[in-house]
Write a protein that binds this ligand. Structure first.
Ligand code: PLP
Length: 482
């Protein structure tokens, strides 16, 4: 095997005094010194390396990564679909890549036209009235929408303090509720994995501001009680929030506004192909029903009297900014191009194919591993290694880690919390039948391996089983010289 040690060294460790990436001939121009007020005393201790060593360092690091461009990436709930390369051409056009966020509106009309159209398209897909592109991720969209709800009730003079969240929800839902100042109340799921209506009803009252629902939910099941649910919440004067992370299952088929949601977020990086992973970059626009529109974050893109576009800053009831400048525009531009490329019919086909692919994979796997909830699925499904763990001492983590050895990114594990030893698998529409069949074969072959082999996996990667809690709680992000 090739000697890979070199690539594991930090640039600081391979640094040699005086090494440079390149040297250019002297320009002959007089040197201009920096004002001493700006100098902290000496240059910072940056690594000094040759260009080739630098290129190898990053190339080798990148080859250690799992990425959608190199590996099947069935990370449930994250919608790791292929990100078309033509989007990169759009975002690198100088008119879109180089504007400064404080440039006058009249100098960025093309950009504003795109963003305006994006607001309109996202409102249309949601079946809702208005859309703010500002939030930078799904989680921030949740928070922004709950602040909108709080402002709405305050405006009406209603004191509603509670947000109801199903136990199958993503952890960001109760977290957003708490940060927005509400008490988060858990609603149970029934044995079928759907909202337990009796439990919901017992917790719904005039203190309820919002019921947050993910539909299809995190088990990959469409809650067919949704009309009943939204009616019950509305009868008590509450609002319904749709966590739109799973929109990839229902694009152009069902609109949240039509089934009673009053507000929702999109994860543009998931559903509409923003390259993402390892925490960013994201974009989490929110769409809302008409009565909530005045409270949306500002600025919004609007049309002015002359048919041009401008940023509307003056919105008296708005909750204000939720981030600097306008939004994660690079992600929004890619999403816009995706929507314009597909059109309404193409978008519907995306969801049909995503659901078909997930059901095909489910069919290939369900004789080999337990899939406890639901007979079929939407765009993803959740398998459980609970029986395997009991009978063979093989955990969800063991399977996930062994898949890495085989060149696959692992599924989402131990989420949702309502399934023990969960492996949440989302293939997306962009994978071929052959890829799904090959993955199923490898998955089944792993289940037949010696449990001891699996406990130690991965065997073939640079890092095997890091202490994940320590890595999260005490990350070492800064190099310090010895
Ligand atoms: C990804 C996800 C979120 C959070 O979205 P981010 O864009 O990661 O902040 C919320 N809910 C569900 C169900 C998700 O899958």
């Amino acid at each position: 095997m090739m000697e890979r040690n070199q690539s594991a060294d930090l640039l600081f460790e391979i640094s040699k005094p005086g090494r440079r990436c390149h040297r250019v001939p002297p320009s002959g121009l007089p040197a201009v010194g920096l004002d001493s007020r700006f100098l902290s005393g000496g240059s910072p201790p940056l690594p000094e390396v040759a260009e080739l060593d630098l290129v190898r360092h990053y190339t080798n690091l990148s080859a250690r990564n799992m990425a959608i461009d190199s590996n099947f990436y069935p990370l449930g709930s994250c919608t790791m679909k292929y990100n078309p390369k033509r989007h990169e051409r759009l975002v690198s056009l100088p008119g879109l890549a180089s504007p400064h966020p404080l440039q006058p509106d009249k100098t960025v009309q093309g950009m504003l036209a795109i963003l305006f159209e994006m607001q309109e398209m996202l409102a249309e897909i949601a079946g809702l009235h208005a859309c703010s592109l500002q939030p930078s991720a799904g989680a921030q969209g949740e928070l922004a929408a709950l602040l909108v709800a709080a402002a709405y009730f305050r405006h009406r003079g209603e004191n509603r303090t509670r947000v109801l969240v199903p136990d199958s929800a993503h952890g960001t839902n109760p977290a957003s509720a708490a940060i927005a100042g509400f008490d988060s109340v858990t609603v149970k799921s029934g044995d079928d994995g759907l909202v337990d209506l009796a439990d919901l009803e017992s917790k719904l009252d005039e203190r309820t501001a919002v019921f947050m629902i993910t539909n299809p939910n995190t088990l990959g099941l469409f809650d067919h009680q949704i009309l009943d649910i939204t009616r019950k919440v509305h009868e008590k004067g509450g609002l319904v929030y749709l966590d739109g992370a799973n929109m990839n299952a229902i694009l152009g088929i069902a609109r949240p506004g039509d089934f009673g949601a009053d507000m929702m977020h999109y994860n543009v990086h998931k559903t509409f192909t923003g390259p993402h992973g390892a925490g960013g970059p994201g974009s989490g626009p929110i769409a809302v029903r008409d009565m909530l529109e005045p409270f949306l974050p500002s600025p919004m893109v609007i049309r002015d009297e002359k048919g041009g576009y401008c940023l509307q800053q003056d919105r008296p009831l708005s909750i204000g900014r939720v981030r600097a400048f306008f939004g994660n525009v690079g992600v929004l531009l890619r999403g816009w191009m995706y929507l314009r490329t597909l059109g309404p019919n193409g978008l519907r086909e995306v969801s049909e194919q995503a659901v078909l692919n997930a059901n095909y994979l489910l069919t290939l796997l369900r004789d080999h591993i337990d899939v406890p909830k639901g007979a079929g699925c939407m765009h993803e499904f959740v398998a459980s290694a609970k029986i395997l763990r009991r009978e063979k001492r093989v955990s969800a983590m063991d399977i996930a880690k062994r898949l890495l050895d085989k060149g696959y990114h692992s599924p989402t594990v131990y989420f949702p919390l309502v399934v023990a030893e969960a492996l949440m698998i989302e293939p997306t529409e962009t994978e071929s039948q052959e890829t799904l069949e090959r993955f199923a074969e490898v998955f089944v072959s792993i289940l037949r391996e010696d449990p001891e082999t699996l406990h130690e996996a991965p065997h073939d990667l640079a890092i095997s089983r890091p202490d994940e809690v320590a890595a999260t709680k005490q990350p070492v992000l800064r190099w310090k010289s010895a």
